[in-house]
Design a protein around this ligand. Structure first.
Ligand SMILES: *[C@@H]1O[C@H](CO)[C@@H](O)[C@H](O)[C@H]1NC(C)=O
Length: 461
């Protein structure tokens, strides 16, 4: 057994979900996937972003590595910032699920019988956000794909000699994920499983230590006003009315939170048990887009460009990554010990989004608000695509004739640095120049403590 402390009834569940996961990943055919599966925001499966994985979980596209062919480059370092894999709902969402299933059983007068009498509410509060078997698979498979993509960095020798560093947030789901990643590496090289990682919340959970962020954004209703407004706005209201009608429920008994609970149930039943849940049939694709937008508003205003302090709170992680890259790219004599080949860091969507924002990625011209839903269909900021389960941001450093180069990949696809859009892998010194203001500043204590309380909304919007 793996060293996961499962909830009380967890062993049985683990066994059940293992069976289901097995069944899922080999044979859940594409048409069995709910039509709304790509709109689950941070509860989206990684496969929805990388559909090729539905056919082959180990499919790797080597053409994503794009240093200029004429510059004879080879990868010398990989820093991967990874989100934990698929997990159980948090206790708060489990309580909502209970409320919803009771309401539907008691009061629904229409709709699928599977929901009204036969659906079994099998969630218990002690599952609280823990990694599920599918989540372990997410990380194992990612590790294998990255080993195939970077054979010289995640090599057998580097794994055996423990030259790769592993850092995790203290949360159980992240620790389980970093272990699963190591299992993947070891399985790939047919080594005996062995775990070692360092827990570092200053790097992986910086957001809860940044007072300016906690007071100014997280606990500040005004800062998240757009989310509240949309939640009670006309688009959400229409989704709620349709769902109430489908179930024959009194319209007012169905709160926006319960509508969302039903939507998330569809996502959990898919990501945890690989089933097409009857809850999915309560929503059409347009409903799903509205609910996705609601999640995007939350991610945008809580963890991303909506407030500059969210990005700035990730300064410790930003500096850590660039210090690691500096070291790995430094010229060496052949007698020096070679640099660390890879650094694997596992955290949360709340870890990745601020860092991506600080790097200037996924920033649209017009910020999403409660009132511009209809002009936001083509937005870049879609949390379903950016931070699904097992989302990952890869910094790939190459050694090249003209000096080191750096390439970014998000979820194994190339992403260009803002301001350096002509190349996939610009010279590292050009990247450093583009982020000079952050490399020379971005002081956590000054940004997070300095001005006390919050900082106003991002005026550069
Ligand atoms: C809360 O957010 C608003 C809007 O962003 C901001 O003006 C205000 O200063 C914040 N309040 C605190 C206590 O930080």
């Amino acid at each position: 057994m793996f060293s996961v402390s499962l909830p009380a009834n967890g062993l049985l569940l683990a066994a059940v979900s293992l069976l289901l996961t097995r069944r899922c990943c080999s044979s859940l055919s594409v048409r069995d996937i709910p039509h709304i599966a790509a709109y689950f925001g941070t509860k989206t499966r990684y496969e929805e972003v990388k559909p090729l994985l539905l056919r082959d979980v180990l499919s790797v596209d080597r053409s994503v590595l794009r240093p200029p062919p004429a510059d004879s480059c080879s990868p010398v370092h990989l820093t991967a910032v990874i989100r934990h894999g698929s997990r159980y709902p948090t206790a708060k969402n489990i309580r909502r699920i209970h409320k919803l299933s009771e309401l539907v059983r008691r009061d629904a007068s229409r709709g699928p019988e599977e929901l009204r009498s036969r659906w079994e509410d099998w969630y218990t509060e002690d599952m609280d956000g823990q990694l599920v078997m599918k989540g372990r698979e997410d990380l194992r498979q990612l590790a294998v794909r990255l080993s195939i993509l970077f054979p010289s960095l995640l090599s057998e020798a580097n794994v055996m000699k423990r030259r790769i560093s592993f850092v995790s947030s203290s949360k159980h789901r992240c620790v389980s994920s970093v272990e699963a990643f190591q299992e993947g590496l070891q399985q790939h090289h047919e080594l005996v499983p062995e775990y070692s990682h360092v827990v570092d919340d200053e790097l992986m959970r910086f957001f809860e230590r940044c007072r300016g962020y906690v007071e100014g954004v997280e606990n500040n209703r005004t800062a998240l006003l757009e989310v509240e407004k949309f939640k009670h706005g006309e688009e959400m209201e229409a989704v709620r009315r349709r769902m109430a009608e489908r179930l024959g429920l009194p319209h007012l008994s169905l709160t926006p939170d319960l509508v969302e609970a039903a939507f998330f149930l569809c996502s959990y039943e898919l990501s945890i048990r690989a089933i097409h849940s009857p809850w999915c049939f309560l929503f059409n694709e347009d409903d799903a887009k509205v609910l996705e937008y609601k999640s995007d508003l939350k991610q945008y205003w809580k963890h991303s460009h909506g407030h500059v302090i969210s990005g700035l709170s990730s300064c410790p992680l930003f500096h850590h990554v660039f210090r690691t890259l500096d070291k790995a790219g430094r010229p060496r004599r052949s007698t020096d010990t070679p640099p660390e080949p890879a650094s694997i860091m596992v955290g949360h969507a709340e870890t990745l989004l601020p860092l991506l924002s600080l790097l200037g990625l996924y920033k649209d011209q017009t910020p999403p608000t409660a009132s511009n839903y209809h002009s936001q269909h083509g937005r870049r900021f879609r949390s379903s695509l950016i931070v699904p389960y097992a989302a990952n941001l890869l910094f790939v450093l190459y050694d090249c004739r003209r000096g080191p180069r750096l390439q970014l990949l998000v979820n194994e696809s190339p992403v260009r640095f803002p301001g350096l859009e002509t190349e996939d892998a610009p010279l590292y010194r050009d990247v450093r120049a583009a982020y000079r203001h952050l490399l020379d500043g971005c002081d956590f204590h000054r940004e997070c403590e300095g001005r006390g309380g919050g900082r106003g909304p991002n005026t550069e919007l």
